[in-house]
Design a protein around this ligand. Structure first.
Ligand code: DC
Length: 221
């Protein structure tokens, strides 16, 4: 039996978070933001005064990480040390360091184990970089979302204020290069994923395409 997971992978600002959240709501599945977990580990490492550039420091934090997972508002979420970091994991401090943490193989092994265990909580829509390739290679459905670099920079800039598009694009490209160039679980398209170019499409159009593709498949079209 394949894992009852819809995997949605893609680079930063490809629109996958909003799309995945809406697909989950439409299909009555639990939404999982796997990047939030890497961000949470990065946040805690910084909170403990450790340096994420040194893998041993991150691993020392990871070893005793008091993490618990819970379901709320249609999503699987987590607390670390009894606290749910929400705004903290979206800040520049974490943005700048998270790809270093996500490149450490032992961090990926642990995060992957936690993500796989979430399948016990119910049918999932999980978004990330390696969900269809590594975390759930047997996922029932796999999508890979992308958009042109200019469009992704414009979307990300819409979430920020006072930053020009070319700077946003440079920062996204740096992160993409790190995510695609790392040796463990680099960002790539699973051979059996359906690629969706979201350039010029609204969120609703992308969600409709994904839901239709799943429903067609289930109806045997
Ligand atoms: O999707 P995001 O921007 O929140 O991801 C944060 C970082 O975590 C980003 O550098 C990529 C990394 N990541 C990963 O390596 N594997 C995942 N499954 C999800 C995110």
């Amino acid at each position: 039996m394949p894992s009852d997971v819809i995997a949605i992978d893609g680079p930063s600002a490809s629109g996958k978070s909003t799309v995945a959240r809406r697909v989950a709501a439409r299909l009555g599945r639990l939404y999982v933001d796997s990047g939030a977990l890497y961000r949470g580990i990065t946040w805690r490492t910084l909170e403990e005064g450790r340096d994420p550039a040194v893998p041993a420091e991150t691993l020392a934090v990871l070893q005793n990480l008091p993490v618990e997972f819970f379901v709320a508002d249609g999503a699987v979420r987590f607390r670390i040390g009894g606290y749910e970091p929400v705004a903290e994991i979206r800040g520049e401090r974490v943005n700048e360091r998270v790809s270093e943490v996500a490149a450490v193989p032992e961090v990926r092994v642990q995060a992957t184990a936690w993500l796989r265990a979430m399948a016990d909580k119910g049918p999932l829509v999980m978004e990330g970089r390696d969900i269809g390739t590594v975390v759930f290679p047997d996922a029932r459905f796999k999508f890979y979302l992308d958009a042109s670099p200019e469009e992704r920079a414009r979307r990300r800039q819409g979430e920020l204020t006072g930053t020009d598009v070319s700077r946003v694009m440079a920062s996204l490209q740096t992160r993409d290069r790190r995510d695609s160039g790392r040796s463990t679980a680099p960002l790539r398209v699973a051979s059996d994923a359906r690629a969706v170019d979201t350039t010029g499409l609204s969120i609703d159009e992308v969600v409709d395409q994904i839901v239709a593709s799943i429903e067609d498949h289930q109806a045997g079209v």
